[in-house]
Design a protein around this ligand. Structure first.
Ligand SMILES: NC(=O)c1ccc[n+]([C@@H]2O[C@H](COP(=O)([O-])OP(=O)(O)OC[C@H]3O[C@@H](n4cnc5c(N)ncnc54)[C@H](OP(=O)(O)O)[C@@H]3O)[C@@H](O)[C@H]2O)c1
Length: 264
């Protein structure tokens, strides 16, 4: 992966920042695309060792005008992309009765339409690489109802986009896979205000933990290791797969209580 170019959307926080750091460790060039300068500043404080190495740029993946500017930037500075990680995502609360149309639309725009816009726009650069890889960061909520109706539906749609694009882009030797995390400690719940404060966040993690057979909530590094594998040539015959990386929460069974009670 040395000297290869990767674009990671949402590389300024949580899982995306961990993916960016792993790629930098492997000698890759990483472009991170996210909206706010504030989170880029926070990322540089959290990971000073990669602060000057990641090419942090700003833009909104759900806005075609922003993505057009990114295309020009990638064309002029990089010319070719060996991989794309559609990681940027938002969380919104609500059931069918409580979610507003605005929140529904916003969630689908960022989590589903964003990856469609970005992948389509960057396709010419991915086609130039030999054996490019696209990884979509979905969720276990795309596989079974969870978190909120809009979020679950957006991630289920993203999983189908993964499968569809794997078929469409295989002839160009571009692989497309999905990584579906369980609950991971990041800024997503607090930044998107779906949980009011740190105490409530801690309580939510503690409440969720017994549902994880491995007895632990995930860390960003648990996800980024799977993502770098799928980006690498080690995974060169893997496409169209939906890989859960979830501490076993998808196989949790009420009748078999978790045996492991390690804290994370
Ligand atoms: N944490 C979990 O428990 C969990 C579980 C399953 C799946 N996931 C998925 O994993 C991915 C990463 O989540 P995370 O937990 O690492 O979240 P996070 O810490 O909130 O990071 C999200 C990143 O996405 C960026 N972003 C959000 N909207 C964007 C937009 N419209 N355009 C460009 N960038 C945007 C954010 O920066 P700006 O706000 O500055 O744009 C930030 O860099 C998401 O797709 C999420 O759904 C997370």
């Amino acid at each position: 992966m040395e000297n290869k170019n990767y674009l990671v959307s949402g590389g300024s926080s949580g899982i995306g920042l961990s993916i960016a750091a792993r790629l930098i460790e492997r000698g890759s060039q990483v472009i991170s695309l996210s909206r706010s300068e504030e989170k880029i500043g926070r990322a540089k404080q959290e990971r000073p060792e990669i602060a000057d190495k990641v090419d942090f740029i700003t833009g909104d993946i759900s806005k075609p005008g922003d993505v057009e500017k990114i295309v020009t930037y990638v064309e002029e500075k990089y010319g070719v992309l060996h991989g794309l990680v559609n990681n940027a995502g938002v969380l919104t609360k609500g059931t069918i009765e409580t979610i507003s149309l605005e929140d529904w639309q916003f969630t689908l725009d960022v989590n589903l339409t964003g990856p469609y816009i970005l992948t389509k726009a960057l396709l010419p650069f991915l086609r130039k690489a030999e054996g490019a890889s696209v990884v979509n960061i979905s969720s276990v909520a795309g596989l079974k109802p969870g978190t909120s109706v809009a979020y679950s539906v957006s991630k289920a749609g993203l999983d189908m986009l993964t499968r569809f694009l794997a078929g469409d882009l295989g002839p160009y030797d571009i692989r497309v896979n999905s990584v579906n995390p369980g609950l991971v400690r990041t800024h997503i719940h607090l930044d998107n205000r779906v949980i009011e404060d740190r105490e409530a966040y801690k309580a939510m993690l503690e409440k969720a933990r017994p549902r994880y057979p491995l007895g632990k909530i995930g860390m960003p590094e648990d996800i980024s290791s799977a993502v770098t594998f799928l980006l690498s040539d080690e995974a060169k015959w893997i496409t169209g797969s939906i890989l859960t990386v979830d501490g076993g929460v998808m196989v949790e069974n009420d009748l078999i209580p978790p045996k492991n009670t390690h804290k994370s």
